[in-house]
Design a protein around this ligand. Structure first.
Ligand code: B12
Ligand code: SF4
Length: 429
């Protein structure tokens, strides 16, 4: 038996707006796929062979000798994912799909596939394979509770073996936990991975870091939930302690975080992160109460908190690579100037800019849909680089122009990045 895993392509910022390549003096860099396929590959029964196609690197619509085709995609890749599903089914191949878009819109995906898997996939995947072998594939599989401690590490070698001239990331994601008890308005994770924060063990995390290290790769710890007080940041702290004790300070490229998490984290823990070799945070904005209000011109308290958050990172000597989100209901034309001023005054060196996007399955999507404000269901445009909804105080074009101006003006005095080393000048946009 053989399965073909397919990771459909999607438009990145610089593909949607090639002019960004003129303004932004950084390497446009192709990152790792989500860990979804690697997680399923790791538990594939021994009598199954696998092939992996990354449609970003080579058109995946080619004939295959696989018995089953399994697609994994998030919203930005859904248009292409459904196109590929149609292609493989037309070839007579049983085709199944999972991932964030399928979780949010199973009825849409089911029209193009033989089966869908909703939510966290490992348990349902094993059942699906059994059913398939017995000739009884069902149309829809729901999440089966997963004991994270019993999972093997994701088989990231599937991706690393696929590296080539156009794809050779320095780092791959490593998850410390799944699930989130919060309910940020634009986030799908509490839906896809449940509201319960469940951690992996330190040993599982360390094994993944070691596996990546043996291939010359670093780990990016992408989840902001790692900083949640209590079980979240206990595991993170024990990982930092481990890295410091082992002298393995070069194994983590960055850690995801948000401004409220920075403010809630003791400075001593941030400094410990730095001693463990963390030189950069991927500081995600636009989902939390600080960054949703700080640049509206109407909330001095949140603006002060935003300045404090950046100052705290810099005090810990960690570079805050900040992701700004533009176009939310409280944003107006002045928000662009306010964000630029904030970035300059606070000392942010590296930033990315995104357009608020109501992803299916999130509270934002439901609200905007109920208000009749969803303007587009072309899923490939749901990539944070297009305005797909009717903003409140702006036109969609003003949002787009503001987004382009943010990129252009923020990087207008940063041409020096062109001469910096690969590590410093690399972002994914
Ligand atoms: C690594 C990562 C990336 C990578 C890879 C992209 C990808 N496909 O996810 C890169 C860097 C490319 C990326 C880019 C972006 N990302 Co991103 N990214 C992540 C991150 C941090 C981790 C993904 C991951 O490894 N998850 C762990 C795996 C195990 O989970 P999973 O993929 O959901 O897979 C499980 C199930 O879904 C299921 N499953 C999945 N596939 C399949 C297939 C089958 C057949 C089956 C049975 C089951 C199954 O089983 C798996 C195991 O349980 C997530 C946050 C997160 N925790 O998921 C955000 C996330 C996926 N990204 C997001 C966004 C918005 C983006 C950007 C648009 C952001 C931006 N500012 O531009 C860009 C993309 C476009 C662009 N313009 O460049 C959103 C997605 C929203 C949505 N609903 O689609 C997320 C959820 C962040 C968030 N909290 O909102 N991202
Ligand atoms: S953005 Fe982060 S904190 Fe908010 S719900 Fe998603 S995972 Fe949780």
């Amino acid at each position: 038996m053989k399965v073909l895993f397919v990771y459909p392509r999607f438009q990145r910022h610089a593909q949607a707006h090639p002019e960004l390549l003129e303004y932004v003096p950084m390497n446009e860099y192709l990152g790792s796929p989500s860990l979804g396929i690697a997680a399923l590959a790791a538990i594939l029964p021994k009598h199954w062979d696998l092939e992996f196609r990354d449609d970003r690197l080579q058109d995946a619509a080619r004939p295959t000798d696989a018995d089953l085709v399994a697609l994994s995609f998030f919203t930005a890749a859904a248009t292409r994912g459904l196109e590929l599903a149609d292609y493989f089914r037309a070839q007579g191949k049983p085709t199944v799909a999972g991932g964030l878009f399928t979780t949010a819109m199973p009825h849409v995906v089911m029209e193009h596939t033989d089966a869908v898997v909703v939510g966290e996939g490992e348990g349902a995947w094993l059942q699906l394979l059994k059913d398939f072998e017995a000739g009884g594939l069902q149309r829809r599989y729901e999440r089966v509770p997963v004991d994270l401690a019993a999972l093997p590490p994701p088989k990231v070698s599937v991706y690393i073996d696929n590296e080539g001239a156009n794809f050779h990331p320095d780092d791959y994601p490593v998850q410390l936990s799944r699930g989130c008890p919060l309910a940020c308005h634009s986030c799908i994770l509490p839906v896809s991975m449940t509201k319960q924060l469940r951690e992996f063990t330190l040993a599982q995390v360390v094994t993944q870091l070691e596996q990546l290290g043996s291939k010359g790769k670093r780990a990016c710890l992408t989840e902001d939930t790692s900083w949640l007080p209590g079980k979240g940041n206990r595991l993170l702290e024990s990982l930092f302690d481990h890295l410091i004790a082992e002298g393995k300070e070069a194994s983590v490229s960055y850690v995801g975080i948000s401004m409220p998490m920075i403010l809630a984290t003791p400075l001593a823990l941030l400094k410990k992160a730095r001693r463990a070799g963390v030189k950069m945070f991927y500081l995600v904005g636009g989902f939390d109460p600080v960054t949703m209000k700080a640049f509206t011109g109407k909330d001095q308290q949140q603006l002060d908190r935003a300045y404090k958050a950046i100052a705290k990172c810099l005090e810990a000597d960690i570079d805050p690579y900040t992701s700004f989100l533009y176009g939310q209901d409280d944003d107006d034309v002045g928000t662009v100037d306010r964000m630029l001023e904030f970035a300059k005054k606070s000392g942010i060196r590296k930033a990315e800019f995104a357009i608020f996007t109501p992803y299916p399955g999130t509270p934002s999507f439901k609200r905007l849909e109920a208000e009749g404000r969803i303007l587009s269901r072309e899923w490939y445009r749901y990539n944070d680089a297009n305005c797909v909804y009717q903003p409140k105080q702006l036109t969609p074009d003003q949002v787009l122009q503001g987004y382009l101006r943010l990129w252009r003006e923020f990087y207008s005095d940063k041409a020096y990045f062109r001469d910096r080393c690969h590590d410093e000048r690399t972002i994914q946009f």
